[in-house]
Ligand binder design. Structure first.
Ligand SMILES: [Zn+2]
Length: 545
């Protein structure tokens, strides 16, 4: 390890900071082994929770079907073990799991090569990230590792349908989850040496004078980038699947661009091997925090369950998850729901029935409010749409929600009459959806274009037009005709969604609108609701596809 900060002996006012340039060095691996042993043997809350998760996974039959047996350091092969008997027995099952970015060129278990991998696969054939994870598993003296590409038969749809719903359990019951945070792809690896100038960019070196004779007492090195890793900055933080993998982990070992970091039930802020911990203000407030992990105050076993504040926090948590998740990339758009599926399943459990059914990424009992998702930047291609138009999961790009938590039935201007969902995910309610049709009852107001603004006629008719501030789901929304407004909520301002009529009584969602801050022709009507200002009186029943 080298140091940034100058001469340790002579400087007291500036604390030297360690920079670990060789994450795979024996010294580093010893340090990590020490962290792991402490967590596995001395952290009572971690030991207890690990045991609880493992026995729950065994009882509910959600242990992985296969594990990779890593053998010992120096061995040239690893073997795939199908359904090892200990997976279901009461004896301890110890394994690591890997969370990483795939990228191109991953080595996958397929129907045609699975027998060879059962016999043993040479490490030379495996991509670097997987090879590094196997090396680390051996260092920690764990016998097995679970890696999706190798432990799920990638061209066997039946196997995928059986294994994907177990992801929460697989990552949750692992002794440790390795996050190959710094690796952009499976080919890159994460134990190779860090390059100082790549990692910290330009380093500025200043002499430090604090002596009367003018001699330099040492030097101060200032780096262009922070010494600490920040959550959200790493390649792995940009990928869709990895969010729930890391949230599920009980003990998470992150190999970041700048630091190693171990977090678990006891080490909440984490042990790190260099620099300082990046201080994230949101982690300070336990009951309302959101740092990508469920807050123990809300999700923990002793969390208060039904009081309104907790419920509001829970809905807030969910929407923040969706917002954070939607900013991540998925190579396969259809994965949007399954890659969040275990989070949704956990949320449903935590809500104890108060979330209702899960329809294409939205919760039944919060549906009016969740229909108000919007995209600050419209997607470029309508063609990217997968599944129902009213679900945020249908198109690529980040989504946000307005600051409204849980609309009660009396606050909502629409009535949800029902939903039919078609999926091909073997009955898993949290998997991918091919089609979902929502039946609603609400006020539909015809819209028209006035220059570049979308308007509707006010109560007075004629020149009383009301202009909307719109957020389109995709860029070509502006080319559409036959548009309607569906008001969902109205307090200080009106909010709702913009619908495009496909045929009589059948609509698709194309955008979100708010009357807040919009350019209005008549200020008194600008904030009026449709029912007050509009020409329609009776609500319509219609379907949204
Ligand atoms: Zn621990």
């Amino acid at each position: 390890m080298s140091e940034i900060g100058g001469n340790r002996d002579e400087l007291t006012c500036i604390r030297p900071k360690h920079v670990n340039q060789v994450p795979g060095s024996p010294e580093t691996l010893d340090l990590i082994r020490g962290w792991a042993q402490t967590c596995w043997t001395e952290h009572q809350p971690c030991v207890y929770e690990r045991r609880r998760r493992l026995s729950k996974a065994k009882l509910s039959n959600t242990m992985p079907k296969r594990l990779l047996s890593v053998g010992q350091t120096g061995m040239s092969h690893v073997t795939l073990q199908d359904d090892p008997p200990f997976l279901h027995s009461t004896t301890d099952t110890r394994y690591a799991a890997l969370s990483y970015c795939w990228g191109d060129g991953n080595f996958c278990t397929m129907i045609e090569n699975i027998n060879e991998i059962r016999q043993g696969i040479s490490l030379d054939l495996l991509p670097n990230t997987i090879r590094d994870a196997i090396r680390l598993t051996r260092v920690l003296l764990l016998p097995y590792i679970w890696i999706d590409a190798l432990c799920i038969i990638q061209d066997d749809q039946l196997d995928k349908r059986y294994e994907l719903p177990k992801m929460a359990s697989i990552y949750g019951a692992a002794d440790v989850v390795f996050s190959a945070s710094r690796a952009h792809s499976c080919r890159e690896g994460f134990l190779y040496p860090r390059n100082l100038s790549e990692t910290f960019q330009t380093l500025y070196i200043f002499p430090l004078y604090d002596r009367p004779n003018g001699d330099a007492a040492g030097k101060v090195i200032v780096s262009e980038r922070a010494l600490a890793d920040r959550d959200g900055d790493e390649p792995i933080d940009k990928r869709g699947w990895t969010l729930q993998e890391q949230v599920q982990a009980l003990s998470l070992l992150k190999c970041g661009s700048r630091q190693w970091r171990w977090t678990c039930y006891v080490e909440k802020d984490g042990l790190i091997d260099g620099g300082d911990l990046y201080f994230n203000i949101t982690t300070r407030f336990d009951s309302t925090n959101f740092d990508g992990r469920p807050s123990p105050a809300i999700f923990g076993p002793n969390a208060p369950s039904q009081d309104p504040v907790t419920l509001r926090d829970l809905w807030d948590h969910w929407r923040r998850y969706v917002t954070m998740y939607s900013a991540r990339e998925l190579s396969v758009r259809n994965d949007a729901l399954p890659a969040l599926g275990t989070m949704a399943e956990n949320f449903a459990t935590r809500m104890r029935g108060m979330a209702g059914r899960y329809w294409a990424g939205l919760w039944e009992y919060d549906l009016p409010g969740e229909l108000l998702w919007f995209k600050p930047k419209a997607s470029s291609k309508n063609a990217a749409r997968v599944g129902p138009s009213w679900s945020w999961a249908h198109s690529a790009g980040p989504v946000h929600f307005p600051y409204i938590f849980f609309l009660s039935k009396s606050d909502s201007k629409v009535e949800i009459l029902g939903c039919t969902v078609e999926s091909n995910a073997s009955g898993w309610s949290y998997g991918s959806v091919t089609r979902a049709v929502l039946t609603l009852k609400g006020h539909l107001q015809p819209l028209f274009w006035k220059g570049e603004y979308l308007c509707y006629m006010g109560r007075g008719g004629g020149s009383d037009t009301i202009t909307l501030l719109t957020f389109w789901d995709f860029e070509n929304g502006r080319e559409l005709l036959d548009l309607f407004l569906l008001e969902i909520f109205q307090e200080k301002e009106a909010q709702g969604i913009i619908l495009h009529r496909l045929e009589n009584g059948v609509f698709e969602r194309v955008g979100y609108y708010t009357s807040s801050g919009c350019p209005v022709d008549n200020s008194s009507l600008g904030k009026a609701s449709v029912s007050q200002a509009g020409m329609e009186t009776a609500p319509h029943e219609f379907i949204l596809v």
